[in-house]
Design a protein around this ligand. Structure first.
Ligand code: ATP
Length: 411
C-alpha cells in the first residue's frame, strides 16, 4: 500500500506521499500535518483517508551515535522498514539525531542542551552505541546514554539471551535448549548512581569515592518488574543475584526486599546466588537459569558474559524500559562502538535487529515483533553470519537476508 501511494504522480497526492515518506526520516508531527493537509485539501480519496486513519503510527528517535552504532542502526532502520511493509498495519515515523562523539568534537557536548525535551514526545528511542578512541568513556557515556536512561527513568534494563538456531555457543555441547535467559538489570541507581567525588585532585592524598545507592523504591520496583517477567515465562523461575556475604548494607537490603516482594508471587520459584558463583553457574549449568535480576554493575558484567556464551556480543539486544510509560523507552544493542571493526562493514547487525523486535513488542506490535524474530532465526539457521560468528558475510548481506526473509514469510 505504501508503494501505491508513492507511485501516484498527481500533484495533489504530494501531501499524502510526504506523510508516508519513511526514507526521509521525517518526524511524525510533520507527517501528521501532512495527513491533515491532505485530508483538508480534499485531495485524499475516501479509501486513502480510511487507510491513513487506520494506520497506527509510532514515533521513533534514532540515535546511531558512534563507531559501528552508525552501521547497525542504518541496518536496523532498513529492517524496520521491511517489517513495516510486511505488516501493513503500522507506520514508524523516524527522526534521526546526530548526537555522539562527532557532535562533541564540533559542539563540545554529546547531545543538544534541550536533547531530553526533544526526545520526550517520541514513543521509543533506537540507539546505536557510544564510545570514541579520543574521548574518555565517562565523558561519552555520561554525556549521552546515561542522561537519557536516568532522565527518562528507564529503570528496568531487559536483556534476553538465547543461543539462536545455527549459532555455535563457546560452551561445548550446548545448544538452544540449554540457554534461554532473561537478565534484568537495575538501571537507575546502585553502583552507577553517579554518587561520589574526588578531593585533593592530583595530590598524593587524593581521595575518590563512588558510593552505591540502593533505595527502597528503586529496589522494590525492579524486583516487581523481575517477578512479573519471571511469572510470564513458562519456567517461572527467578534467580536473585546478590553479594550480601561481603556487602552487608546495600546487598542485604536488596535480598530483604526480594524476599518481601516474592511473597506477592507465590507461583514464582526464587533462588539466590552470589554474583561470583553466578558466573560459574552460567558457564557450567546454564540450563538451571531462566530469569535473573541483578544490580546495575552485576548485571552489566553478567550480561556481557551471557552474550559471549550465546555466541557473540554482536547478537545481544537490550531494552532500557520505563515500565510506567511516562517517558520513551530506549532500545539498543548491548555492544559498544567497537572501533576495531568500525567502518569495515562487518559489524553484526543481529543484536540491533533483535533490539528492534523488543521495541516493536513494547510499541504493541506483537505480531511484527514475532515475525521479525522468526526472520532473524531463519537467517542465523541458514548460516549467513558475520565474522564474529565465524562467517564471512557483511553487515549488508545479513541485513538483505533478514529483509528477504521478512518479505517471503508466509505468516
Ligand atoms: P563498551 O565499553 O561500550 O561496552 P567495549 O569496547 O568494551 O565497549 P565493544 O565495543 O562492544 O566493547 O567491543 C568488544 C569486542 O566485541 C570488540 O572486539 C568488537 O569488535 C566486538 N563486537 C562488538 N560488537 C560487535 C558486533 N556487532 N559485531 C561484531 N563484533 C562486535
Amino acid at each position: 500500500m505504501i508503494a501505491n501511494v508513492h507511485d501516484r504522480r498527481s500533484v495533489e497526492k504530494i501531501y499524502l506521499r510526504e506523510a508516508f515518506d519513511f526514507d526521509a526520516g521525517i518526524n511524525s508531527r510533520r507527517a501528521r500535518r501532512a495527513r491533515l493537509a491532505a485530508s483538508a485539501s480534499g485531495h485524499a480519496t475516501r479509501a486513502e483517508e480510511g487507510f491513513v486513519k487506520d494506520m497506527r503510527e509510532h514515533r521513533i528517535a534514532a540515535i546511531p551515535a558512534d563507531g559501528i552504532g552508525k552501521e547497525v542502526i542504518a541496518a536496523g532502520l532498513e529492517v524496520m522498514q521491511a517489517v513495516e511493509a510486511r505488516d501493513g498495519g503500522f507506520r514508524l515515523a523516524v527522526e534521526t539525531f546526530p548526537w555522539g562523539s562527532d557532535y562533541y568534537r564540533k559542539h563540545g557536548v554529546m547531545m543538544a542542551a534541550d536533547g531530553l525535551a526533544a526526545l520526550r514526545n517520541f514513543d521509543a528511542i533506537y540507539f546505536g552505541a557510544v564510545g570514541d578512541k579520543d574521548i574518555p568513556d565517562h565523558v561519552t557515556l555520561w554525556g549521552l546514554r546515561l542522561p537519557i536512561c536516568q532522565g527518562f527513568d528507564q529503570y528496568a534494563n531487559l536483556r534476553p539471551t538465547r543461543i539462536l538456531p545455527g549459532i555455535k555457543s563457546p560452551l561445548a555441547g550446548r545448544g538452544p535448549a540449554d540457554l534461554d535467559w532473561v537478565i534484568i538489570r537495575e538501571n537507575s541507581e546502585g553502583e552507577y548512581a553517579g554518587n561520589g567525588g574526588r578531593v585533593h585532585r592530583g595530590l598524593p592524598e587524593e581521595v575518590a569515592t563512588e558510593t552505591a545507592i540502593f533505595t527502597r523504591v528503586g529496589v522494590e520496583r525492579i524486583m516487581r518488574f523481575a517477578f512479573d517477567v519471571a511469572r510470564s515465562r513458562p519456567r517461572r523461575l527467578l534467580t536473585v543475584v546478590t553479594k550480601s556475604n561481603a556487602q552487608r548494607h546495600g546487598m542485604v537490603f536488596w535480598d530483604e526486599i526480594a524476599a518481601l516482594v516474592g511473597k506477592d508471587y507465590p507461583e514464582v520459584t526464587v533462588d539466590k546466588e552470589l554474583v561470583d558463583a553466578m558466573t560459574t553457574r552460567m558457564v557450567l549449568k546454564p540450563e538451571t537459569i531462566d530469569t535473573v535480576v541483578a544490580t546495575n554493575l552485576h548485571a552489566d558484567i553478567l550480561s556481557d558474559l551471557a552474550a559471549a556464551l550465546a555466541g557473540s556480543l554482536g547478537i545481544a539486544p537490550t531494552a532500557n524500559l520505563d515500565p510506567s510509560r511516562r517517558f520513551p523507552s530506549m532500545f539498543e544493542p548491548i555492544h559498544g562502538s567497537a572501533f576495531d571493526i568500525a567502518g569495515k562493514g562487518i559489524a553484526n547487525p543481529i543484536a540491533t535487529f533483535w533490539t528492534g523486535a523488543l521495541m516493536l513488542d513494547h510499541l504493541g506490535e506483537k505480531d511484527a515483533a514475532s515475525r521479525l524474530m522468526r526472520a532473524i532465526e531463519r537467517v542465523t539457521a541458514s548460516g549467513i553470519a558475520t565474522p564474529d560468528l565465524g562467517g564471512r558475510a557483511t553487515t549488508r548481506e545479513v541485513t538483505a537476508a533478514v529483509c528477504d526473509a521478512l518479505r517471503s514469510a508466509n505468516t
